[in-house]
Ligand binder design. Structure first.
Ligand code: FES
Ligand SMILES: [Fe+2]
Length: 462
């Protein structure tokens, strides 16, 4: 049984008191407080749709992978009917992890402790020595299955939610679904993962990475400076001490979900020559500089059919590339110029799984459109690993800061400091941009990121 929801920490602090909504400040103590963490587990992580994988990871009947929903391990399975299930990896007998492997194929998950067995849909098959009734006579077999989460697929991404009453995933995505469709739903074949995800543990509070993913733009200039100094992202020599082209773009946000849409012409000015990119038709722009991952003519044609007119417009002007899904997903579907300067891309997603107030598991999936030629997939995977993988240049920069912030939040004085989101530009929708979500065009300021905290505030004080 979960403890009863509270808005108040044991020392009497109300969750509302951790925020100053007028000056847009959040107490740094939020990045460490163990009591707040317990409330987050209850109010956020057992009630939100969480990403646990992609259906291409378990293509066949009986396939499974073991994943995490915050601190809970789950078995993500496919049954004989092709349906996907997400079952708690905890044996209802005495609490052993039923599955101790990371992935595999089986129609029967048998607990190694006393041998209770479960089907891919989580239902209880039985225990050894059937006649002796190891499972007793108090509960019928139907009551002894693994606990199950609700499951929804979004363009092949598998989301799970412990809350049986949860509203559909679409509600959590809000107006941002329009943009996520552009990222994940462009081709007939859809996306597929390239290999198992990378996983590592980072000694930091999950929110350090979670809120950064909601379009923290300013850190590009300093923390990621070296990326641009070595010419990792094109930009045609426009990088200066004070400016990096991809700091400008169009941030879009709704319900704590945020994405930065960045003009392809900005990254690939060298590929479009002297032509005025804006003067081309939507189709011509998309043929010349398609969104990241669209690498064949066939895919371009499919994209024209699958996306709406407004979505094609966005994809042609400034496709969404970097951002998040509330609460704990980081998305990088980025252009990554190849060594010869031509169009390249890397598609990856991270899940930030809390593992205590000052530890999280950082999971990284690498994607390509299924119909991508093999040699291009290889190049995409290298580009993604090199930038956003465990050893990737971008994520090494970012993960340098998160443990420091968490450490700082522990100090008696440190915890009295605040996080400030005071660089606000306000909503600005460029002419022709569709009326979807909140739109912040121009230099990426704190607007989108603040909406992440507003959503956190809303969920935590509900
Ligand atoms: S704990 Fe799993 S069978 Fe006993
Ligand atoms: Fe970053």
């Amino acid at each position: 049984m979960l403890t009863k929801a509270k808005h108040t920490l044991p020392d009497g602090t109300r969750i509302e008191d951790l925020f100053n909504l007028d000056t847009r400040e959040v107490s740094l103590s939020t990045m460490h407080d163990p009591d707040l963490y317990r409330i987050e587990m209850e109010k956020i992580f057992t009630k939100s749709w969480l990403l646990v994988g992609h259906e291409s990871e378990i293509p066949k009947s009986g396939d499974y992978v073991v994943r995490d929903m915050a601190e809970d391990e789950v078995i993500v399975t496919r049954d004989r009917q092709g349906d996907i299930h997400v079952n708690l990896n905890v044996c209802p007998h005495r609490g052993m992890h039923v599955c101790t492997a990371e992935a595999g194929n089986t129609q029967v998950h048998k607990c190694i402790y006393h041998g209770w067995a479960f089907r891919p849909d989580g239902s209880f098959v039985g225990a050894p020595l059937e006649k002796e009734k190891m499972h007793g006579e108090i509960y019928p077999k139907e009551k002894l299955g693994l606990k199950k989460a609700k499951v929804e697929l979004f363009h092949g991404l598998i989301f799970a939610n412990w809350d049986a009453e949860a509203a559909p995933l679409e509600e959590q995505l809000g107006e941002m679904k329009f943009y996520y469709d552009i990222m994940f739903g462009k081709t007939e074949g859809g996306l597929e993962v390239m290999g198992p995800p990378q996983r590592l543990t980072i000694p930091a509070n999950w929110k350090t990475a979670g809120e950064q993913a909601a379009c923290d733009g300013f850190h590009t200039l300093t923390l990621h400076r070296s990326q641009f100094d070595i010419g990792n992202f094109g930009s045609d020599g426009e990088v200066t001490e004070e400016f990096i082209p991809i700091m400008t773009g169009i941030n879009v946000a709704d319900r704590g979900n945020a994405l930065r849409c960045i003009s392809a012409a900005q990254t690939f000015r060298m590929l479009i020559g002297k032509e005025k990119f804006e003067d081309l038709t939507v189709e011509d722009r998309l043929r010349k500089l398609p969104p990241p991952g669209i690498v064949t003519d066939q895919m371009k044609e499919e994209m024209f059919k699958r996306l709406s007119k407004d979505q094609l417009y966005v994809a042609s002007m400034a496709p969404p590339q970097v951002g998040n899904m509330f609460p704990n997903i980081n998305i990088l579907f980025i252009y990554a110029p190849l060594p010869d300067g031509t169009l390249g891309s890397g598609l990856l997603m991270h899940a930030i799984n809390p593992k205590g107030p000052d530890k999280f598991q950082w999971v990284t999936w690498f994607f390509a459109e299924k119909d991508t030629p093999d040699e291009v997939k290889k190049a995409m995977r290298s580009a993604a690993v090199q930038t956003g993988g465990t050893s990737g240049l971008i994520e090494q920069d970012d993960s340098d800061t998160w443990p420091h912030m968490t450490d700082a939040a522990r100090g008696a004085m440190g915890m009295t400091e605040t996080l400030k989101y005071q660089a606000i530009a306000g909503e600005k929708r460029p002419e022709g941009w569709p009326d979807k979500a909140k739109v912040f065009a121009g230099l990426s300021k704190d607007d989108a990121q603040w909406t992440w905290w507003l959503q956190y505030h809303k969920v935590m004080t509900k």
